[in-house]
Design a protein around this ligand. Structure first.
Ligand SMILES: Cc1ncc(COP(=O)(O)O)c(C=O)c1O
Length: 388
């Protein structure tokens, strides 16, 4: 969707300096392990092309995306660095990815045959990372299928059509210190690596950890960590970054101008379904963002926004394009055009994405990633103008 919204009315302000600093912090934390910055899903809502460029400047050796289309968009935007794409369907033509020098994940003999076939038709050798399911039970080969996957990959290597450069997996509970699954997954990963070696493969890259793993589990860094949410300045879970002794700065500030300010009498129902009624004569403000822009409807009557160094509560249901906040008694200074912050770094008393996640029973990942295409992204480096 195009950003069909006047950026003065509402926008997501993306602090690229904070993004670069978070990446530098994470690189220092895991050094000498290399870092892959995950920029899938439009860089978790922050804007893939801009974030990818800054990630490279900040020293990211790798970028990671889910879909082939994301990978090709990055190549189209001029990115030439190491790039892994890991999720594609049975009908996807892998040729353009091999031609664009994108590393591909494969987890079955069928996928290996397809990658090798694409490479053959281009007279090239594709680079592959074999994915083992070590316990997340999401994608990846099962332990039972793994020897067959390794054998198929080795056969394709011998035909000169691909090179297995990596083996990888994904953790189920890296954000839960002490979770039994973490050690079990590490063991299964190491066993899978040995089986790959016995099959004659020589992958130089083993990667298992996401942000939480990179922050908390240095023994699981292996050769590469894949960090997403921490790079965007959001804790994978409450307290994880603090436990690791790492400070992260949220990168996205979602802000808007009040589109209307009005005094409403006591006892008046507000927004669809009249789920909230004014208790006294009060001043209401209209925020021109709604669930059509990714504002969670669950925040109705629950969430807050930042305004003039304080907070204003959301009253009534969130609508598709707008929601209502209570500004205070009718004498409260307020006017159309006043700046509000839906969420941000928290510097000016405004809520953070983590606060919104807590109010809505979700995770910070979802709060930022769901901010829709209608909302313009405004990129800045250096100090943002003070927004009170
Ligand atoms: C396969 C894979 N690796 C790494 C990541 C990054 O995870 P996080 O954002 O928790 O760092 C993701 C994100 O969901 C993923 O799907």
């Amino acid at each position: 969707m195009s950003p069909y919204l006047d950026p003065r009315t509402a926008s997501a302000v993306i602090d690229l300096d904070a993004f670069a600093t978070n990446i530098e912090t994470l690189r220092t934390h895991v050094a000498p392990t290399a870092v892959m910055v995950v920029v899938k899903a439009d860089a978790y809502g922050h804007g893939m092309v801009e974030c990818a460029r800054v990630a490279r400047e900040a020293g990211a050796e790798w970028l990671g995306v889910a879909t082939p289309e994301e990978a090709l968009a990055l190549r189209g935007a001029g990115d030439r660095g190491r790039l892994l794409a890991w999720l594609y369907g049975p009908d996807t033509d892998l040729g353009p990815l091999v031609a664009a020098d994108v590393d591909l994940s494969a987890q079955s003999p069928e996928q290996i045959t397809r990658v090798a076939g694409s490479a053959a038709s281009l007279d090239r050798r594709a680079r592959v990372h074999l994915k083992i399911d070590t316990g997340l039970s999401r994608n990846g080969a099962t332990a039972a299928d793994w020897p067959q996957v390794c054998a198929a990959a080795r056969h394709a290597e011998q035909l000169g059509r691909l090179e297995v450069v990596g083996i990888w997996s994904h953790l189920a509970a890296a954000d839960e210190p002490g979770a039994a699954s973490v050690a079990a997954q590490q063991q299964a990963f190491e066993a899978a690596y040995e089986i790959a070696r016995e099959a004659g493969l020589t992958p130089s890259l083993r990667h298992l950890s996401n942000s939480a793993g990179a922050l908390l589990l240095p023994q699981q860094d292996f050769d590469l960590v894949r960090v997403g949410i921490a790079a965007y300045g959001i804790d994978p879970d409450v307290g994880v970054a603090a436990l690791a002794g790492v400070r992260l700065r949220p990168v996205m500030r979602l802000r808007a101008q009040l589109a209307q300010v009005k005094v409403v009498e006591p006892g008046v129902g507000v927004s669809y379904g009249h789920t909230w009624h004014t208790e006294r004569s009060t001043l209401l403000g209209l925020v021109p963002l709604g669930y059509g822009d990714g504002i969670p409807r669950h925040a109705g009557n629950t969430g807050e926004v930042g305004r003039r160094g304080g907070r204003a509560p959301i009253r009534g249901r969130i609508c598709m394009d707008q929601f209502v906040i209570e500004l205070g008694d009718p004498s409260t200074p307020a006017e159309v055009g006043d700046e509000i912050t839906v969420f941000g770094p928290g510097d000016h008393g405004e809520p953070t994405a983590a606060d919104w996640a807590a109010w809505c029973g979700t995770i910070g990942y979802e709060i930022v990633t769901r901010i829709g295409g209608r909302v313009p992204r405004i990129y800045h480096r250096g100090e943002e103008r003070d927004h009170g």
